[in-house]
Write a protein that binds this ligand. Structure first.
Ligand code: ADP
Ligand code: MG
Length: 321
């Protein structure tokens, strides 16, 4: 199969949102009047971001999901995607499954695949997503104020627990294992939440590298501090069981700094607390108030059940650290 046959068979779809999609030298897209374009790219490298032999359909889902999560954190509506693929060989079973996972999520969010690049090489999946947001209305990291409530969607640390299990550091079983594996391989980007937070949140970030690091980025960008209660951090039953077990330290590390959560962490004035709780109910997505922003640019303090600061805080995952 040639490169062109491969693109034709697996990645060329009629474009609904674009003037011109796959097949020419570049796609043509027309942004809606009065909107700005939000653009983001994420690369997933075999052996670094996913295990060799990872299931192709789940990879198709995840490569798009991590980008949709970034757009959600900007309050942008995702519209167009580009897919750059390096593949060691043409494996049609792999390609069909990858495309199935990718397009299922793309269709669920009305995203058109409008272009890409395909080359032979060590497996590397790189997706660019473009979205739209009304001019001036994007949610940034910079707007949090002292006194704001700090919120997190969903639960934290489950994907990291799945990795810890695969590496033999902890032991998960039954429903706990299935829940954590799903969090790792099928993250659900919080697109509807991001859109609903426009006009409510003062700052938003998606938690991809762990809460400590990512909330830390908001604090630095907004030049504030924060106090968070460890007991307020939203956790799955798998996480609760691990925190109560012999590997509590590993579970705590996963909860605070595990990464791969793709939940949204955001700040909003306290006067919006009730509105945000109602929003969570409307979206069917648990939203948890985890702490409060402080006016001093003094970093993040995480308190344990007896009110003591946890120090040092575990560091976020950093590929170059
Ligand atoms: P060029 O050599 O002009 O850059 P290519 O031969 O790389 O073009 O690609 C031909 C067309 O197929 C282009 O429209 C490109 O965007 C698209 N394309 C290539 N690879 C992919 C892919 N993996 N997914 C979607 N579109 C792709
Ligand atoms: Mg060309």
């Amino acid at each position: 199969m040639t490169e062109f046959e491969l693109i034709e068979r697996y990645f060329r779809r009629p474009a609904r949102n674009a003037v011109l999609g796959v097949g020419d030298d570049a796609a043509l897209i027309a942004p809606s009047p009065g909107f700005e374009i939000a653009a983001t790219v994420d690369m997933l490298l075999e052996g670094r971001h996913f295990f060799a032999g990872a299931e192709a359909e789940a990879l198709g889902h995840k490569t798009l999901a991590v980008n949709l999560s970034d757009l959600a954190a900007m309050g942008a509506t995702p519209r167009w995607a580009l897919l750059a693929l390096a593949l060691p060989s043409v494996d049609e079973g792999w390609l069909a499954a990858f495309a199935r996972g990718f397009f299922a999520l793309a269709d669920a969010h009305g995203v058109d695949l409008v272009g890409g690049d395909t080359t032979r090489g060590p497996r590397n999946l790189c997706v660019t997503v473009l979205g739209e947001v009304p001019a001036g209305k994007a949610l940034r990291r910079t707007g949090a104020k002292g006194g704001d409530s700090i919120w997190v969607s969903g639960t934290l640390g489950d994907a990291a627990l799945a990795i810890a299990h695969r590496l033999g550091r902890i032991r998960l079983e039954g429903a706990d294992l299935a829940d954590c594996e799903r969090a790792l391989t099928r993250p659900a980007p919080r697109v509807a939440l991001g859109l609903a937070l426009r006009g409510i949140a003062t700052a938003v970030i998606d938690v991809s590298d762990g809460l400590v690091g990512d909330l830390g980025h908001v604090l630095d960008a907004s030049r504030i501090g924060a106090t968070v209660d460890i007991d307020a951090l939203p956790r799955s039953s798998a996480m609760a069981a691990q925190l109560a077990g012999a590997q509590r330290d590993i579970a705590l590390l996963c909860l605070l700094a595990g990464g791969d959560d793709y939940e949204l962490c955001f700040t909003a004035p306290r006067a919006r607390d009730a509105a945000i709780a109602a929003l969570g109910a409307r979206l069917g997505l648990p939203l948890r108030r985890i702490g409060i922003a402080t006016a001093q640019h003094a970093g993040l303090e995480v308190r344990d059940a007896s009110g003591h600061s946890i120090e040092p805080l575990p560091r976020a995952f950093d590929h170059f650290a």
